[in-house]
Design a binder for this molecule. Structure first.
Ligand SMILES: Nc1ncnc2c1ncn2[C@@H]1O[C@H](COP(=O)(O)OP(=O)(O)O)[C@@H](O)[C@H]1O
Ligand SMILES: [Mg+2]
Length: 250
């Protein structure tokens, strides 16, 4: 199954979710591929994998195939197709390509059966790279930061998803919404949670991800938080989410 992690807001926990949910699932023997289509390549950095000649750009520009770009990570069962700065050029180079919306789908369809889950990490825009990721996907997972205006951007994202369903990928489904950076000492967090659950009901995951400094430290060590500090509240939340993710898919 192919799942895009999307939210056109930056800094809401997309990359942290891809890296740690992916690692949690790999640790229970699921075979995982992470595909980084963000020109800021934070998920590639989180695994210390950002070699120029293995950048996903090589495939989007037609030089190589996805198969040739797959790299192992430090985590057994978890591989990555990484990005680097060169990906920034793809957005305008592909702008007039009539197959642009299908450029990721065309490559991933060959790999789909090799993995239990393929996670695509996207940039904080609803541009070409995010759209092509959604076109290639079965489901979309949406991290939402527990802060003011968080839900406002969400309606635009849901409209974009509906547009893609109507025109480009009728099978696309919303897997769920994950509330991130939840601060139980801050009443705003519980207010956002209440609103989100009222409006989006069971779409919202039962587990929230707490604000946890270990989650933000781990990437600078080139490691997923789950490896950096398994026992911290953030890692434990992602382990709980992985369980809930599997329940939703069985
Ligand atoms: N639950 C959390 N608690 C504390 N810091 C977090 C949490 N989730 C993410 N961060 C940090 O916040 C920043 C933005 O998160 P990130 O996952 O990169 O968001 P996005 O990919 O949506 O831009 C990063 O520095 C990350 O380490
Ligand atoms: Mg990111």
């Amino acid at each position: 199954m192919i799942i895009t992690i999307a939210n056109q807001k930056g800094g809401v926990g997309k990359t942290t979710t891809v890296v740690n949910l992916g690692t949690a699932l790999a640790s229970i023997d699921k075979k995982i591929l992470i595909v980084d289509v963000d020109p800021q390549y934070n998920s590639s950095l989180s695994f210390n994998r950002y070699q120029h000649d293995l950048s996903i750009y090589k495939a989007l520009s037609g030089e190589k195939k996805f198969e040739e770009l797959i790299q192992d990570t430090q985590i057994p069962n978890l591989q990555i197709i990484s990005a680097c700065e060169d990906l920034a050029a793809a957005e305008y180079e592909l702008a007039n390509d009539e197959n642009r919306n299908f450029i990721i789908k065309k490559q991933l369809d060959n790999l789909k059966n090799t993995y239990d889950y393929i996670f695509i990490d996207t940039p904080p825009t609803l541009g070409l790279l995010t759209i092509s990721a959604l076109v290639a996907s079965d489901e979309v997972l949406i991290p939402v930061q527990c802060e003011f205006f968080a839900l406002e951007g969400l309606s635009k994202l849901v409209k974009t998803i509906d547009m893609i369903k109507d025109n480009l990928n009728q099978n696309l489904k919303i897997n769920g919404i994950i509330l991130t950076m939840y601060d139980k000492r801050n009443s705003l967090s519980s207010l956002i949670e209440e609103e989100a659950r009222k409006y989006f009901e069971a779409t919202v995951y039962k587990f929230n991800v707490p604000r946890n400094v270990k989650l933000s430290e781990a990437p600078s060590h080139g490691l997923p938080a789950i490896i950096y500090d398994l026992n911290c509240a953030g890692s434990q939340a992602y382990i709980g989410l992985a369980r809930e993710f599997i329940e939703r898919n069985t």
